[in-house]
Write a protein that binds this ligand. Structure first.
Ligand SMILES: NC(=O)c1ccc[n+]([C@@H]2O[C@H](COP(=O)([O-])OP(=O)(O)OC[C@H]3O[C@@H](n4cnc5c(N)ncnc54)[C@H](OP(=O)(O)O)[C@@H]3O)[C@@H](O)[C@H]2O)c1
Length: 192
């Protein structure tokens, strides 16, 4: 088998107080500019022809409005142990997280994929945090309380360290619909 080419594995989420991220299969808040930041981040590539691989759990996948597809510069892998084929608009189906990462790191995709973005839900986030290639956590701090039934996993902030500033990420506190939020990026310490 050809050698794997390491790709950065990045998580992206927005979490309110108590790390809540969802309720009844949906986002608990309506923050269009935060959602735009999310889309811009996961579709951003360094040059034309490059793409990102997005890893989705099935609840996230099926709760995403179809109008968002096709999404620029992205290939989508849905994780499921029960589906038998990739759902409409998705490119791949994998039965576990490591197989999805391998897709991006081996031919034919290894030449085109820049970043692997893990966009939820809870189990894909947990798997990503344990993966040796996991580099960055984009975690918007929504500074309000919402009733949630799913939560972003706890992670070690001595390992993933909050960055004061991060390229392309606004560092000021944002406000929309009366809700304050701040884009935060945690980067894995390299000298562990
Ligand atoms: N605030 C945010 O940034 C944010 C981000 C993402 C999600 N959310 C919220 O989170 C909720 C959805 O997340 P969730 O955790 O409930 O569900 P989810 O992870 O999207 O979907 C769960 C399903 O995905 C499949 N799956 C997940 N991990 C897998 C793995 N490692 N291997 C194989 N299959 C896997 C399984 O499908 P099968 O049962 O078919 O095997 C599992 O039942 C929604 O409320 C959504 O709005 C919020």
């Amino acid at each position: 088998m050809e050698k794997e080419r390491r790709k950065p594995v990045c998580l992206i989420a927005a979490a309110c107080r108590g790390l809540g991220i969802g309720k009844d299969g949906k986002l608990p808040w309506h923050l269009p500019s935060e959602f735009k930041f999310f889309i811009d981040s996961i579709t951003g590539v360094s040059k034309p022809g490059k793409m990102n691989l997005l890893i989705w759990g099935t609840r996230c996948w099926f709760s995403t409005p179809e109008v968002l597809f096709p999404m620029a510069n992205t290939l989508h892998v849905v994780l499921s142990k029960t589906l038998e084929s990739a759902p409409k608009h998705a490119h791949f189906l994998c039965k576990d997280f490591d197989s999805a990462v391998l897709l991006a790191s081996q031919p034919p995709l290894s030449d085109v994929i820049e970043t692997i973005w893990v966009i939820g839900g809870v189990q894909p986030y947990k798997d990503a945090l344990k993966h040796p290639w996991c580099d960055l956590i984009y975690l918007t701090d929504v500074r309000a309380t919402f009733d949630c039934d799913v939560f972003f996993p706890e992670f070690d902030k001595r390992v993933f360290q909050l960055q004061d500033k991060f390229p392309g990420v606004p560092s000021e506190i944002q406000e929309e619909n009366g809700i304050q939020f701040k884009y935060e990026v945690f980067k894995k310490k390299t000298d562990l």
